[in-house]
Design a protein around this ligand. Structure first.
Ligand code: F6P
Length: 524
């Protein structure tokens, strides 16, 4: 679990003793709040008393988290299985703060991006018929999709001059739904793939290019209607995208940390260059806080430590993200990738297997809808979990213009607080069927209001939480080797379903392949 096994092990065992001593104890509220970058983070409903907190902070000291953090910001190869830096923070740093090695590249890429955004938003980017481009279709998956989709949806630039749409899944139902009614003459397709080898993205991109050419009837029109965001320049060129339409990615930015790079192009197109700058500025405020705040007042560190306490010592088996703001609906899937692709692994830096749990399964929903679906289990189920409640103090709608909507927002906030209070305190009134035992830990994050700055800070908060946890568990949060096997098998089976020679599969897979080859039954 650490870089210094013996002392960290001692700290870990001490925490185990503290947890045992608290079994069955009533959950008490220990006030602990942090205000940073327009976020109010309340740990009061965590079961973190001062003794536990001290022990958790001591654990982070034993694993030398401070020096790991410096390595992260300084561009050291913290992604040690791939010998790469993870410099997403440099993308939102000031020029002077950036490691010299990446300064010029970032400056060039950001300038190029801004110029393209300006051309699109001002209507000077013309399609093959001479009409201005009005729709942007962003094609990408995972880290090349979830961040931009989250931010564009959350900041809902209803009056944006360009309509941004997203295509991720290889499912043709998604592709044909997207194409329905699309005007090729006024659409720009942006192919976002760091590797430019991801099957889903390339299959979609190829279909879209075919669809486009059937209508434009001129391959030279590709230059006005296709862009790429990638680290694989030759592959983008082979696909037919001219160099001036390619925005770069780099191996020192991980896919799930890439919304700050040119992968965030649709965000900038949707909310403008100033809006994108505000998003970066919010994240930078969180970076500065993470680098300079005392451990006991450091929001990302405390969020990470609360997760370690809940998951490793209090038995939480999963972590729920409960968003009391419809605009943040995309946050659950975004954080699923960030947390589970980053820390869903068990082999430590030294090659040994972790003997403690690492990332919990993260799940969640849009509230208050979830209250009428899965909250029953949260209150009375047998499985332990922890939760983050997220809400905005000020609504996005204009109060004066629509006073009735004020009621909605007050209901939303009241439910947010009511649920976390019920989960912590429980109830012993009524029959056994009506009681709930409480003692469910949660953190509440209140944004003053949802805008580019606070959203940037919120995302960076979680990025750093994930980093801290990875360091404490001694794993590498920046690789994702585990996804490869399934991809390889998927490619083999794809060829076999298309008539290729069958290789060895387990019997269940073989039977399923046979069934699919025979086609759907005509009986239903
Ligand atoms: O399959 C996992 C993954 O590699 C993610 O880490 C990544 O965000 C996603 O696929 C997309 O990758 P790319 O940007 O190279 O298409």
């Amino acid at each position: 679990m650490s870089r210094t096994p013996t002392s960290a092990l001692r700290a870990w065992k001490h925490l185990g003793r503290l947890a045992t001593a608290r079994v069955g104890a009533t959950a008490e509220v220990c006030p602990l709040t942090i205000d940073v970058a327009g976020l109010h983070i309340d740990f009061g409903k965590q079961r973190l008393d001062p003794e536990v907190l001290d022990a958790l902070v001591a654990l982070s000291g034993e694993v030398e988290l401070g020096s790991a953090r410096d390595d992260l910001f300084n561009g050291e190869p913290v992604n040690f299985t791939e010998n790469r830096a993870a410099l997403h923070t440099a993308l939102r740093a000031s020029v002077e703060e950036r490691p010299v090695a990446v300064r010029d590249e970032i400056f060039k890429a950001q300038t190029h991006q801004r110029d393209l955004v300006t051309a699109l938003r001002s209507g000077t980017w013309l399609g093959y018929t001479g009409k201005p481009v009005r729709t942007l279709v962003h094609v990408g998956i995972g880290g090349s999709h979830l961040g931009p989709a989250l931010v564009v949806e959350a900041l809902d630039a209803t009056h944006a001059p360009i309509d941004c749409r997203f295509l991720a899944n290889v499912d043709a139902h998604a592709t044909s739904r997207l194409l329905d009614g699309l005007d090729p003459a006024t659409t720009l397709f942006v192919i976002a793939s760091k590797s430019f080898t991801t099957t889903e993205t390339l299959v979609n991109a190829t279909t879209l290019r075919g669809w486009f050419l059937e209508r434009a009837l001129d391959t030279s029109a590709i230059a006005r209607h296709f862009m790429a965001i990638t680290a694989n320049l030759p592959a983008a060129a082979t696909f037919g995208i001219p160099a001036h339409n390619v925005l770069p990615m780099w191996d020192w930015v991980g896919g799930r940390y890439s919304l700050w790079s040119c992968v965030g192009f649709p965000i900038a197109v949707s909310i403008g260059n100033e809006g994108f700058a505000a998003l970066l500025a919010g994240a930078r405020q969180m970076d500065q806080h993470f680098r300079t705040a005392k451990d006991s007042e450091n929001a990302p560190l405390l969020l990470a430590l609360a997760g370690i306490w809940n998951g490793n010592f209090l038995g939480a088996q999963s972590h729920a993200l409960l968003c009391y703001d419809q605009r943040l609906a995309g946050l659950v899937t975004y954080l699923q990738q960030l947390e589970m692709e980053s820390n869903g692994k068990t082999v430590r830096r030294d090659g040994t297997r972790s003997d403690v749990h690492t990332a919990p399964i993260l799940w969640g929903g849009e509230e208050t809808n979830g209250q009428h679906a899965f909250h029953q289990l949260l209150h009375q189920g047998s499985r332990a979990f922890s939760a983050d409640f997220i809400a905005c103090i000020e609504p996005g709608h204009e109060r004066a213009a629509q006073p009735r909507l004020d009621q909605h927002h007050r209901w939303l906030l009241a439910n947010c607080l009511g649920q976390s209070e019920a989960l912590l305190g429980g109830s012993d009134s009524g029959s056994a069927h009506q009681q709930s035992k409480g003692a469910r830990s949660s953190t509440t994050i209140l944004l003053d209001r949802l805008n580019a700055t606070t959203l940037g800070a919120l995302i960076a908060l979680y990025e750093h939480k994930v980093f801290c946890q990875g360091m404490i568990w001694g794993i590498n949060p920046f690789d994702q080797w585990g996804v490869e096997l399934g991809k390889q098998l998927g490619s083999t089976i794809h060829a076999e379903l298309g008539g290729g020679l069958s290789k060895k599969h387990d019997s269940a897979t073989r039977l399923l392949m046979d069934r699919i080859r025979r086609g759907g039954s005509t009986e239903q």
